[in-house]
Ligand binder design. Sequence first.
Ligand code: SAH
Ligand code: SF4
Ligand code: F3S
Length: 478
Amino acid sequence: MGKQYSKYFAPSLKDARKRVNKKTENLKFSIPDNLIGLGNKLKYHLKTYGCQGNIADSEKISGILELMGFTPTDSDEEADLILFNTCAIRENAENRVFGELGRIKSLKKAKPNLILGLCGCMAQEEKVVETIKRKHPQVDIVFGTHNIHKLPEYLADAYLQKERVVEVYSQEGDIVEDIPVKRGHLKKAWVDIMYGCDEFCTYCIVPYTRGKERSRLPEDIIREVETLVSEGYIEVTLLGQNVNAYGKDLQIEYTFANLLDDLNKTKIKRIRFTTSHPRDLDDETIRVMAKGGNIMPHLHLPVQSGSNTILKRMNRKYTKEEYLEKISKLKKSIPGISLTTDIIVGFPGETEEDFEETLDLVRKAEFEGAYTFIFSPREGTPASKYEDSTPQITKKERLLTLNKLINEGFARGNKKFENEIVEVLVEGASDKNEEIMTGYTAHNKVVNFPGNLSMVGSIVSVKIEKAYTWHLKGKIVK
Ligand code: SAH
Ligand code: SF4
Ligand code: F3S
């Protein structure tokens, strides 16, 4: 006899596509007193897949678990709770998780009290929940991206009532403030500024798994950044699937440019943000970026394709020419800005000419790095039904050709810094050598230099001696 469900509420991608006109509530996190201590003497292993949004969610999940008394472990064998915070963006991300779930089945036999959980974007897909029900009954808890704050309740059901929980909301939740966060880094912090996405690019699952766009209140974001400063943090990365849409849903007139401007006045030394949308990135934002200050001269601006036909079918709402124009404005306003991007090859119907357009755009834009992907059809999205006759081998060849060009750009971007003095936020020792420190410049370039561990967490000046494809090498200047 399997365990009974205490809750069973499965997702629906169809419902998730709807955008209802419901006002977002700003709630405060709370936890029943009797659940604090539930995790005493128990260990958790949290495995995170996917984007920075998921990393930030995992910091909240860890915060909640540690408030409940759980302690972290990296070992599946030691863990009393194994939780997968999953990503649904491409098929291979999902296959990895299913592989892992199968592998840890045997652990559950050896340790009957072990609780297995799955959350994040995969949990938002009905297909995934069905597969878990049929093939992975060893999973005790499934919850989605909108109800992380209810984790204590689900753990109580699993540990105390010995019941299974599947609770995934398809309609977006509210904004829950004050969830405890266990930051993964001592000097650099992720700060969510908004949740969800309303863009509905035709290939993308995110608007379904993350719900509609909801902005946090500016005062909550500014307060979080000021607290981080007081705790010794040096860098924040503002997170949203389309940060340029920040504020559009607020009751007040307040935009992403306003937020950047206000954060520019705080004492945080470095501000980064991701991800920007080429259509929504406005002149006002460029103007605030041009002020410099603590806003770093690097922008990740995913273009996805250089072909206007493909961009249209992707529902990206800009042309190659408009994209290049925006880039030229950025370069003029912020001299030396480093630009990186995301590109998908093999979108359904992409011809050799379309692909050539992408290569042409890459050359003209002079990107200094890119994440490149082969299109992966996601069930429930429009593009998964588009006719696609390009053989996989051709798509792989296109990816290789593109990557070669991107890597040249990466090397060229690094070369600019030879003989320059750059400011490096020191991360730690390099993997291979304790006496070589590594860190990031304002332009987000990796620098290796001789130093010692006492420098970790500070910003030092380094003179670059040599540029390589993936990193720079230099010496500290006194
Ligand atoms: N909101 C961000 C990040 C989206 S996911 C943005 O708009 O840029 C990160 C990247 O994954 C996307 O930029 C896109 O290049 C890629 N991606 C998304 N869906 C994909 C799919 N179905 N197949 C292949 N790559 C995909
Ligand atoms: Fe996906 Fe497009 Fe939204 Fe980015 S902007 S998360 S690619 S739908
Ligand atoms: Fe993946 Fe969800 Fe992020 S699908 S990329 S974890 S928003």
